[in-house]
Write a protein that binds this ligand. Structure first.
Ligand SMILES: C[S@@+](CC[C@H](N)C(=O)[O-])C[C@H]1O[C@@H](n2cnc3c(N)ncnc32)[C@H](O)[C@@H]1O
Length: 277
């Protein structure tokens, strides 16, 4: 079985995933190394001990990379991708049209996501709608990919819905925006749950990967409810996360998140965060 110690060599950068070329037509916000990580985790690291859940799929770019790994490895695990599948005109202009998507009317990108993900349709289910309205009764989750923590209440809700289905000692949580200054609360939550999660990899630009180490029970969820924490407690927890992150080489990146949280102490939504001076 592949060991976490292997992560130090970043094996995803040199691994071969058969059929990965087919993902190149699916636009994604992920950086190149993050794309490689996603495909490697499903293609090489997973053991079919549970499902793959992805929160924040956009038009399916990350979904395609995850699915390509599943298919290349012949896995039985299924990929469940959640998103509201809506897109603004601005995002169409910056993300979709430059990537070769033909211009279209309206905000609904669910049909587009279905079309782009057609090569992997047997192994992927899309769950459209607000994630905070969703539930999970699909059994153990071996890989949980989080890229929708744009608001504190939503992040807390996702933790409550999905974390209890993680497999202790095995499941990984991919925190896509962990190091982004606009979402400093992700690092607060994972640090507040340090008795249940330990960081195992840092992948530029903004991703930190966590191993789930203990069953996530009500005590764990209570500890990780960032909405219940005071601004001072959030800041102190973020400072602890920075200290912990030094071992994996990303601690310094949290300096900007700390500045951002100081400049926006009560802010709970990424789009309202003002850049720190
Ligand atoms: C950064 S994008 C995801 C990018 C994607 N992983 C990729 O590879 O391009 C974040 C996504 O989270 C989704 N999202 C944010 N809040 C949501 C909510 N409350 N319910 C459903 N989806 C949400 C947005 O629709 C958006 O597509």
């Amino acid at each position: 079985m592949r060991d976490i110690a292997e992560f130090a060599q970043a094996p995803w950068n040199s691994a071969r995933i058969d059929g990965i070329e087919a993902t190149e037509t699916v636009p994604t916000m992920l950086a190149a190394e993050e794309q490689a990580l996603y495909a490697w985790l499903t293609g090489h690291w997973m053991r079919d001990l549970g499902e793959v859940v992805e929160l924040g799929s956009f038009v399916g770019g990350s979904t395609a990379r995850l699915a390509a790994g599943l298919v290349a490895a012949g896995r039985t695990a299924h990929l469940h991708a959640y998103d509201r599948f809506g897109c603004s005109e601005g995002l169409k202009e910056t993300m979709l049209y430059p990537a070769g998507i033909a211009p279209f009317e309206g905000t609904d990108i669910l049909p587009l996501a279905h079309a782009l993900l057609a090569p992997w349709r047997d192994q992927v289910t899309l769950h459209p709608g607000r994630i905070e309205k969703q539930s999970w009764d699909g059994g153990p989750i071996e890989l949980l990919v989080m890229d929708a923590s744009k608001k504190i209440p939503l992040m807390d809700r996702m933790a409550a819905t999905f974390f209890p289905s993680l497999i202790p000692g095995r499941s990984l949580v991919i925190q896509q925006d962990y190091l982004h200054w606009r979402t400093p609360w992700i690092a607060v939550q994972m640090e507040a749950m340090a008795d249940w999660f330990t960081p195992v990899a840092f992948v530029p630009n903004d991703t930190v990967v966590f191993l789930n180490t203990r069953p996530v029970d009500s005590a764990a969820l209570l500890a990780g409810q960032v909405a219940e924490m005071t601004p001072a407690a959030r800041l102190e927890t973020l400072r602890r996360a920075r200290r912990r992150g030094r071992a994996l080489g990303y601690g310094h990146r949290l300096a900007q998140s700390i500045k951002a949280m100081k400049a926006n102490p009560d802010c709970e939504a990424a789009f309202r965060m003002r850049a720190p001076g």
